[in-house]
Design a protein around this ligand. Structure first.
Ligand code: P6P
Length: 336
């Protein structure tokens, strides 16, 4: 069978009678995918390309910025701001939103992204990724510049979401609301070739992804769930759970999409209510992908995609993956 490229996939999605992929969205996804190829090229050079290490600067999160954080952020801005498909952008690495300059046409979408998720892993050659979320600019934006409030939409409003993962292979995983599809970069041709999809999360895989170093700060419900799972009590898979934690959410989520399991970065007493992961450009895009693949994504209490954001860089507890495991955890929360 002839390989299906990302371009062909998007055109076919655009032509569907029930299309969720208008031409402008197709152009946006292709532009982001092209920028991810440039990011992949920079990462693959490593120490040969002077892209490793940190800068003197900090981002709005108070985190020291890696050279690649800023390089990847600028690649995505430069690739997208002139195309006419966006009304604005926002990023983990920019303090506030980036409106489209007046010299360029504006479009109907908002792009929100984490340019390099897990960037501290780049210096030690571990997988990292780019996470992106596409929102529609509110109708009220017409005729004016976008403002931060225009981005504060619940995850259910996303028109698309996806990630690129820069690992042994370079992959793009994408949903337009009609299933989850994986594309592998043919590095010789420079083409994204469909290699999986529609992806469904395998059920009943006994793998947990959590940072055990934060155990002293967990809630009683999380502690109860982890203890129960790791002591092989009532394990539905009939064997002890195994643990995987990469320090790159993209790598952990991709593993869960492909072979199942559960990922937990819950709110904890160390940063009450703040937690670690960001709602708009980590939890929401990953939550949409996981739900589209038959899984579930909660903030510890309810569905993460239903959260009404209060600020651009809002943090949230996040538990996602195998829907049956998420239900078990919610039952514990109810009975605890
Ligand atoms: P910790 C990376 O910085 C990140 O945002 C996610 O990709 C990852 O899952 C998490 O933080 C790792 O956090 O506390 O283990 O360093």
């Amino acid at each position: 069978m002839k390989p299906v490229t990302l371009t062909r996939f998007l055109l076919e999605q655009q032509r569907r009678p029930d299309s969720t992929c208008p031409a402008e969205l197709r152009l946006l996804i292709e532009t982001v995918a092209r920028a991810c190829k440039a990011i992949n090229h920079a990462i693959s050079k490593g120490a040969l390309g002077d892209v490793l290490g940190s800068l003197e600067s900090e981002n709005v999160q108070g985190e020291v910025q890696k050279k690649l954080d800023v390089l990847a952020n600028d690649l995505l801005v430069d690739a997208n701001e002139w195309g006419g498909h966006l009304a604005g952008m926002a990023s983990e690495e920019m303090d506030t939103i980036h409106p489209i300059p007046n010299r360029f046409p504006r479009g109907e979408y908002l792009l929100v992204y984490d340019p390099i998720d897990g960037s501290s892993n780049v210096d030690v050659d571990l997988s990292v990724g780019t996470i992106f979320s596409v929102l529609r600019a509110p109708a009220a934006c017409a005729g004016r510049e976008v403002c931060e409030d225009d981005f504060l939409q619940p995850g259910t409003e996303q028109a698309a979401s996806g990630y690129a993962i820069y690992g042994p292979q370079t992959l793009l995983v994408l949903t337009l609301g009609t299933g989850v599809y994986e594309f592998t970069l043919d590095r010789e041709l420079g083409a994204w070739i469909m290699t999986d999809g529609p992806i469904r999360i395998p059920e009943g895989n006994c793998e947990i992804a959590i940072n055990m170093a934060r155990r002293p700060q967990w809630s009683s419900e999380i502690t109860h769930y982890i203890n129960e799972r790791l002591t092989n009590e009532k394990a539905p898979c009939g064997r002890a759970y195994n643990m995987r934690w990469t320090g790159s959410m993209v790598a952990d989520v991709h593993r869960i999409l492909k072979r199942g399991g559960i990922f937990l970065y819950p709110s904890d007493s160390r940063t009450p209510g703040k937690a670690r992961l960001r709602l708009l450009y980590e939890a929401n895009p990953m939550g949409l992908l996981i739900e589209q693949a038959g899984g579930a994504a909660i903030d510890g209490a309810g569905r993460v995609l239903d959260i009404q954001p209060a600020s651009l860089h809002q943090r949230v507890g996040l538990i996602l993956g195998d829907a049956a495991e998420i239900r078990t955890l919610q039952d514990i929360a109810v009975t605890a």
